[in-house]
Design a protein around this ligand. Structure first.
Ligand code: FNR
Length: 183
């Protein structure tokens, strides 16, 4: 069967390494998987006063998540945690209480950073949140990517030095989604 993956990138800057990583990973996936990046840069700051009257951008985000079979989080690390823009998107789609769009969606977590711990702490904080949101999250293999020259080739594919490792990661994620998606 076909699987739709919603991709949430925790950086909204134009030249984001994590956005490029997300694109590179999507090209390594089996052909019955389609990936679409969720827009999070037009969401307002989360305000509980608006729970009964969510912005159009929030409604769009929630319906895109609902339509997906699984979610792939690709995030940088900011100050040893996940970026605020990512947490803001997660909080929006978790509300109103009892109407979270995330519940039950299988998830994968990966990230790239220029620092040598390769987003380990960001991913760990994110995993904590996803556990609360009741998202079955792939535990192994882990991938903490440090950005170096050659991570991507000129075509935007994953570079030769990392391709085998990330191909294995994508294969495991695809198998995880097939096992856990509610189709
Ligand atoms: C960073 N960066 C960073 N890197 C890291 O490994 N651990 C960290 O805690 C932080 N903290 C941090 C805070 C803030 C506010 C910024 C702007 C940056 C560096 C980060 O890895 C680098 O900017 C990446 O390029 C961000 O990912 P994108 O935007 O390229 O996807």
């Amino acid at each position: 069967s076909q699987f739709k993956i919603a991709v949430v990138v925790g950086s909204i800057r134009k030249e984001s390494f994590n956005a490029r990583l997300a694109e590179g990973l999507s090209r390594l996936a089996p052909s019955n998987f389609t990936f679409s990046k969720l827009r999070i840069d037009d969401l307002p700051l989360y305000n509980q006063d608006d729970d009964g009257n969510q912005a159009e951008a929030v409604k769009r985000l929630k319906s895109e998540i609902a339509a997906a079979d699984a979610v792939l989080f690709v995030t940088p690390e900011y100050n040893r945690s996940m970026p605020g823009v990512l947490k803001n998107a997660i909080d929006h789609a978790s509300r109103p209480y009892g109407q979270s769009a995330w519940a039950g969606k299988p998830a994968g977590v990966i990230g790239a950073s220029i620092g040598s711990i390769g987003t380990a702490l960001s991913q760990q904080h994110l995993r904590n949140v996803l556990a609360y949101l009741d998202m079955p999250t792939m535990g192994q293999p882990e991938a903490f990517i440090q950005v170096k020259d050659g991570l991507f080739d000129d075509n935007g594919d994953i570079g030769a030095g990392s391709r085998e490792f990330l191909q294995k990661w994508v294969n495991a994620f695809a198998a995880f989604v097939e096992r856990h998606a509610k189709v």
